[in-house]
Design a protein around this ligand. Structure first.
Ligand code: GDP
Ligand code: MG
Length: 172
């Protein structure tokens, strides 16, 4: 079993903690403290192979980009989170994406998955599927629309990321 560390990044309030806790503990936490940063661990079997994921749910405000730099340097895989109900939160995903490419180096592909959250809030939706589809294909990154509340497509995010990390970081 190998261990990979994953960093969950995105603007405040987009649902990073809800997504992380749903994946780790399979519960929906309605009001997770927005200032708490927590590292979780769980094992996961993908394509018949068991591995361990260490998931860091970050809580830093976006203006602390130097802190993001520390996270990015230490992380192997990244979940970049925005809310489908908040168009503006997409901008932070793009900023983070560029920061990751800059820090990790343009010649190597950093394992990244783009995640739109709160898919269940249909009436509050601001980001259309076509919009994120266009961006994700321009960025050449996989994306998922999820709901931590309903547990829609949450596991897929981490499974896809693990597949990418196995390719990017082959066993010695
Ligand atoms: P963070 O600041 O990015 O960690 O965001 P949180 O995980 O704390 O979530 C912010 C708010 O959005 C909370 O009130 C959550 O209950 C809510 N939320 C998060 N994910 C979902 C979801 O999938 N569906 C719904 N309806 N609400 C969500
Ligand atoms: Mg949080």
């Amino acid at each position: 079993m190998r261990q990979f560390n994953v960093v969950v990044l995105g603007a405040g309030g987009v649902g990073k903690s809800a997504l992380t806790v749903r994946f780790i503990q399979d519960v929906f936490v309605e009001n997770y403290d927005p200032t708490i940063e927590e590292e979780y661990r769980r094992t996961i079997t993908v394509d018949g192979q068991l591995d361990s994921l260490e998931v860091l749910d970050t809580a830093g405000a976006e203006q602390f980009t130097s802190l993001n730099e520390v996270y990015i340097k230490s992380g192997r895989g990244f979940v970049l989170v925005f809310s489908l109900t908040q168009e503006a939160s997409l901008q932070e995903v793009d900023n983070l994406r560029k920061q990751i490419l800059r820090i990790k180096g343009g010649d190597t592909t950093a394992p990244i998955v783009i995640v739109g959250t709160k898919l269940d809030l249909v009436n509050e939706r601001e980001v259309q599927r076509a919009t994120i589809q266009t961006l994700a294909s321009r960025w050449e990154l996989p994306f998922y629309e999820t709901s931590a509340k309903r547990n829609w497509h949450v596991a897929e995010v981490f499974e896809e990321l693990l597949r990418q990390m196995r390719i990017r970081y082959p066993a010695d």
